[in-house]
Design a protein around this ligand. Structure first.
Ligand code: HEC
Ligand code: HEC
Length: 374
């Protein structure tokens, strides 16, 4: 309802706008000063270079990196203003100190203490992902970010409230103006700036960088043995999916035989509706895995020992979906019983593999000031 007070305020505001409009021409008389707001108005394009050896960063043509956009996105990422009761920011569930996941949480809590059903995901090298979320619900960073803000379990905010609060904030109107070269705040701008920030986060294993001049850490002899187990097709056999590359994943959606009943937890199928996608989930990178326990989309495993026991004899074959389990796991089944057969790995092999996995690490990511709260 419009009360008299608001009405008069609006009238005054409108008058002020008109007044300033009509007084403008008189400025022409004097040589224009270098108006600070003009330079503020044009965002500064920047070329975000990925670390050595990475592919060029795919940047959408309608959301190029700018210095101001990146800064704004980073600030918003850490700001609880985006959540319903201003208690939770993106960083509440994506903590830099734990590789941008929710510390030791199986499922993240939303603002009112409600629990989600998925384990939080680390945020790095997202520029290269074809799809995001465990089930691939988003095809680009611009596409996904509005989801947590309006998701009833996560941040529970409607865009209208968020935009009003941002508009009334003492810094944001100017920060948005600087980032987009025009006045006004809308959801597209919020999303674009956060997407710029997320697209600028990179990580790679400091020990296995293919160019040794870039590897900052040496692997221990045990970790080197563990790497051999990782690529040995009769032992770990992990590398087909979690590739030995800077990105450490093939970015595909596959089944590692985790879920008991694919029809009840159908993964990518929820999004594409294609029968062949029932039970497929995102193959995650294993970088910084020692900081991101618990593991898998439902956080069912707390330790890497449990993960190895699962890949040894715990994964499932699905008679109703004979092509679902990946051939690289199917080959470890007994052809008669279709039950997993224990691999040819010794206790020592498994300990070495765990040492290797714990060493897959970019510790710089956890404290790099360019990603921290501004
Ligand atoms: C309440 C906890 C919570 C909050 C708050 C939250 N997230 Fe998440 N985030 C998650 C969980 C859980 C997942 C995995 C969800 C799934 O796959 O269904 C996830 C997944 C993601 C992914 C996908 C990563 C990938 O590799 O596919 C991105 C990107 C992301 N979040 C960014 C954000 C941003 C940006 C915000 C703030 C606007 C945010 N999150 C707020 C918990 C949260
Ligand atoms: C056929 C492809 C494939 C192979 C082979 C494979 N994985 Fe995976 N891995 C996946 C997929 C898919 C997921 C996600 C499953 C989910 O949560 O539904 C995953 C998840 C994981 C996770 C959890 C990561 C996280 O962030 O929660 C770990 C740890 C892991 N795998 C380690 C290994 C190891 C070690 C090996 C070798 C012994 C291996 N994987 C072999 C496909 C594979």
């Amino acid at each position: 309802m419009l009360n008299a007070g608001t009405f008069w305020t609006q009238l005054i505001v409108i008058n002020l706008i008109f007044l300033s409009f009509f007084t403008l021409p008189s400025c022409k008389d004097k040589p224009p000063k270098v108006v600070q707001s003009d330079s503020i108005l044009s965002p500064t394009p920047i070329d975000v270079r990925p670390p050595f050896g990475f592919p060029p960063v795919p940047v959408p043509s309608d959301n190029p990196f700018t210095k101001e956009g990146l800064f704004l996105g980073r600030k918003l990422f850490y700001d609880p203003i985006l959540s319903g009761d201003n208690s939770q920011s993106c960083a509440s569930c994506h903590k830099q100190s734990s590789s941008f996941v929710d510390e030791n949480m199986k499922f993240s809590f939303g603002i009112d203490g409600s629990k989600g059903i998925r384990n939080s995901m680390p945020l790095y090298n997202l520029a290269y992902a074809k799809r995001l979320f465990w089930n691939g619900a988003a095809t680009s960073l611009e596409d996904l970010i509005s989801e947590p803000i309006t998701n009833p379990i996560e941040m529970h905010e409607s865009w209208m409230n968020t935009l009003d609060e941002l508009q009334a904030h003492e810094e944001y109107p100017l920060l948005f103006q600087r980032a987009f070269g025009e006045k006004g705040i809308d959801s597209v701008k919020v999303v674009k700036s956060i997407a710029q920030f997320l697209r600028s986060i990179f990580a790679f294993d400091l020990a296995t960088h293919p160019d040794t001049t870039f590897s900052k850490r040496a692997m221990t002899p045990q970790q080197i043995r563990g790497l051999r187990v990782y690529v040995d097709e009769e032992k770990g056999d992990c590398f087909h999916c979690h590739s030995v590359s800077l990105l450490n994943t093939n970015y595909e959606f596959m089944s590692n035989g985790l879920v008991e009943n694919p029809a009840q937890d159908p993964g990518l199928f929820e999004i594409t509706g294609r029968p062949q996608d029932i039970g497929r989930f995102k193959v995650p990178s294993l970088l910084n895995i020692k900081y991101t326990s618990p593991y898998m989309h439902d956080g069912r495993f707390e330790t890497l020992e449990e993960v190895l026991a699962f890949y040894d004899t715990g994964f499932h074959y699905y008679p109703d979906y004979p092509n679902l389990l990946d051939p690289n796991l199917k080959k470890h089944l007994d052809p008669q019983t279709m039950e997993p057969v224990s691999r040819k790995w010794t206790k020592q092999d498994k300990e070495d593999l765990i040492a290797f996995l714990n060493g897959l690490e970019d510790s710089d990511l956890l404290s790099n000031p360019i990603y921290s709260q501004p």
